[in-house]
Ligand binder design. Structure first.
Ligand code: ADP
Ligand code: F6P
Length: 355
């Protein structure tokens, strides 16, 4: 089995609160096992440029509570090219990096998969506010982002109530409505619009009119970024025109990606970071660390990406069956079904209790 003397850690893609807690856990767990740690700056860009620094125990002190990522992040198209990959592999060889823990989203895992093919063992940790990694129940940063959203929406509600207004609030989630749905419930939104389910604009207009008639003053409509950037502003126009209710638009955007991580994100990041090192040093590679039913487990990156594709209808069962054995395909089908059913259940609850 490969002897690990030094591992690298990097954060890549959209940053997320809790990434620092994961960097800290990875660093401390590796050092506790007699393994040196290289912090790789700016994700795969830093790996290409050799922008790396040894991390000691004290270098990761006082970061568990900090938002963003002390290693910085980047989107690095060059890494997808053979030349970029060759430079990254060269850095690993020159700095004697025996393996890498890559914290990020599905793009980051694809990069890790490519590195693994070049004999650099990699383990992925899901760090993204969107919670759009289907193989894990929660991603690092999701809980913090949702808490930030409800804090901001509670504030919007105060002013909506004073002025008898409606506010359409768009929250991040490129391809996943998880943030919008859960914060919509938690903030008592009148309606939630997410890419996963059809939405009836006409019914919303009638609902608003009826509620205003019986004296409701404030309305919050939560919209996920995933339904398209023009949807929110055009809904505002339609509500004003058809109901006469003064309506504002708020795009919360990147503000919910910052800030101090919640307890849940700090604990999840610490558990996942520790587990990632344990698995890497045991010789596991090409895996992503997931949380399933409150337990931290490892899944092959290939499995995680394929499950995502299945959940998002980007791959057929036939195509899956050509790649994976029947047991695994059934596991994916069952997981995707449970996740979608849970989402639908929450969506329907929200429709019934929010007015
Ligand atoms: P996230 O990890 O949050 O999904 P990105 O999709 O931007 O964010 O991916 C982060 C980085 O991972 C990219 O900038 C790129 O360097 C690398 N990456 C993304 N997709 C691939 C791919 N198909 N092959 C190799 N590397 C990739
Ligand atoms: O992937 C997380 C995410 O926050 C998405 O919800 C959003 O579409 C995207 O990142 C924005 O990324 P950028 O930082 O490139 O604007």
């Amino acid at each position: 089995m490969k002897k690990f003397r030094k591992i690298g850690v990097l954060t890549s893609g959209g940053d997320a609160p809790g990434m620092n807690a994961a960097i800290r856990a990875v660093t401390r767990a590796a050092i506790a096992n007699g393994v040196e740690v290289m912090g790789i700056y700016r994700g795969y860009s830093g790996l290409i440029d050799g922008d790396c620094k040894t991390l000691g125990i004290r270098d990761v002190s006082n970061i568990i509570n900090k938002g963003g990522t002390v290693l910085y992040s980047d989107r690095c198209p060059e890494f997808k090219t053979p030349e970029g990959m060759a430079k990254a592999v060269k850095t690993c060889n020159e700095l004697e990096i025996d393996g890498i823990v890559a914290i990020g989203g599905d793009g980051t895992f694809r990069g890790a998969q490519d590195l693994t093919k070049h004999d650099i063992p990699c383990v992925g940790i899901p760090g993204t506010i969107d919670n759009d990694i289907t193989s894990t129940d929660n991603t690092i940063g999701y809980d913090t982002a949702m808490n930030t959203v409800i804090d901001l929406v509670d504030k919007l509600r105060d002013t909506c109530e004073s002025h008898a207004r409606c506010n359409v609030v768009e929250v991040m989630g490129r391809g996943a409505g998880d943030i919008a749905l859960n914060t919509g419930i938690a903030a008592g939104a009148t309606a939630v619009v997410i890419p996963e389910f059809d939405f009836d604009d006409d019914a919303l207009i009638e609902k608003l009119k009826a509620a205003r008639k019986i004296g409701k003053r404030n309305f919050i409509i939560m919209v996920s970024e995933g339904v398209g950037k023009d949807y929110g502003p055009s809904l505002v126009e339609r509500i004003e025109k058809d109901t006469g209710i003064e309506t504002k638009f708020a795009r919360l955007a990147h503000i919910v990606r910052g800030g101090s991580p919640t307890l849940r994100d700090r604990v999840l990041a610490s558990e996942m970071g520790h587990f990632a090192v344990e698995k890497l040093l045991m010789g596991r590679s090409n895996i992503v660390i997931c949380q399933r039913n409150n337990k931290v487990v490892a899944r092959d990156i290939d499995y995680a990406l394929s499950l995502d594709a299945l959940y998002k209808n980007k791959i057929t069962v036939d195509e899956l069956s050509q790649k994976f054995e029947e047991k695994l395909v059934n596991d994916m089908l069952s997981h995707a079904k449970i996740r979608r059913e849970k989402m639908l259940e929450l969506y329907n609850i929200q429709k019934e209790i929010n007015l």
